[in-house]
Design a protein around this ligand. Structure first.
Ligand code: BEZ
Ligand code: FE
Length: 290
């Protein structure tokens, strides 16, 4: 096309794809170009605004490292990560939720009933539940990769005072599909705000807080891997998670328990709990592999 105009630029762009044989790639590029061009036309995007947008992307690239991916964070605060999650999760199993940037591979394998809290301050919580399939059958031998912040609101990779694997653990469900552990009560924390994503939140008047949560990745042969999070029902940010991760079925309650009620066996802390604690019962349902 030698006379490219506002009205034919999208068609012209797409005509450059006529030798492309991957139909999915063509579909994605077609939709992306239509929406991107329509966005510029609809908003009458100025040169200054467009340059500012490119500057944000350039800064995101500069601040990104293997431990800190600003593009993932950008996708998270725009709601795109959660939207992709929801589009790709089918009915019947526990909802998925954002992975976030703080998962560490190769977390240490721990016995069921292990304690992650150690000497950290904060309230003790006992977390237990069952992994099962959509028909209600227990799934034995599922691996549960669990991680959270310390009570100071920092993940181990953000905090020089924590060992690499603090508050990261790998459990295997028992013959009845059950899992259990103790840890410190999760706290609210902010997503990283020292980069361009933080500037976007500030400029748009948004807060950077996430409701407190525990992260889970559950894997079992024959089932779809579930990446999810669990949130307490009394959290002040439950209705305004800055990365849109909360789903109704991921909300749990803390059940207050007296110290004497702590199980006598089955936990690393059995026999040593002298203060009241909170109990969380949370079951997880896995979808079969497609
Ligand atoms: C997290 O929960 O770890 C997280 C998720 C998205 C962005 C930042 C942190
Ligand atoms: Fe998190």
């Amino acid at each position: 096309m030698r006379n490219v105009t506002k009205d034919n630029i999208t068609e012209t762009f797409l005509s450059y794809f006529d030798k492309q044989t991957d139909p999915r790639l063509v579909e994605l590029m077609e939709s992306l170009s239509r929406h991107l061009h329509a966005f510029a036309i609809e908003t009458k995007l100025t040169h200054d605004e467009w340059t500012h947008g490119l500057e944000i992307l350039r800064r995101a690239g500069n601040i990104t490292t293997p431990e800190r991916d600003e593009f993932v964070l950008l996708s998270d605060v725009l709601g795109l990560s959660s939207l992709v999650d929801m589009i790709n999760s089918s009915e019947g199993g526990t909802s998925s939720s954002v992975l976030g940037p703080f998962h560490i591979s190769d977390s240490p394998e721990m016995e069921l009933g292990a304690d992650l809290k150690g000497k950290h301050p904060g309230e003790l919580i006992l977390v237990q539940g069952q992994v099962r399939d959509v028909a209600g059958n227990p799934i034995a031998g599922a691996t549960l990769d669990i991680w959270q912040t310390a009570p100071n609101g920092l993940y181990s990779s953000q905090d020089p005072d924590q060992e690499m694997y603090e508050f990261h653990a790998l459990f295997t469900s028992d013959e009845n599909g059950n899992y259990r552990f103790t840890t410190a009560k999760p706290v609210v924390y902010t997503v990283p705000i020292d980069g361009p994503v933080g500037d976007i939140l500030k400029a748009t008047g948004r807060h950077p807080w996430r409701p407190s949560h525990l992260h889970y990745i559950i894997k079992a042969p024959g089932f779809r891997t579930l990446v999810t999070e669990v949130f307490p029902d009394d959290d002040p940010y439950l209705d305004q998670d800055t990365v849109f991760g909360v789903r109704e079925d991921l909300i749990m309650s803390y059940i207050p328990e007296a110290a004497e009620k702590f199980p006598n066996t089955g936990f690393a802390l059995s026999g040593n709990v002298t203060e009241d604690y909170l109990r969380v019962d949370f079951d997880l349902v896995l979808q079969p592999n497609k």
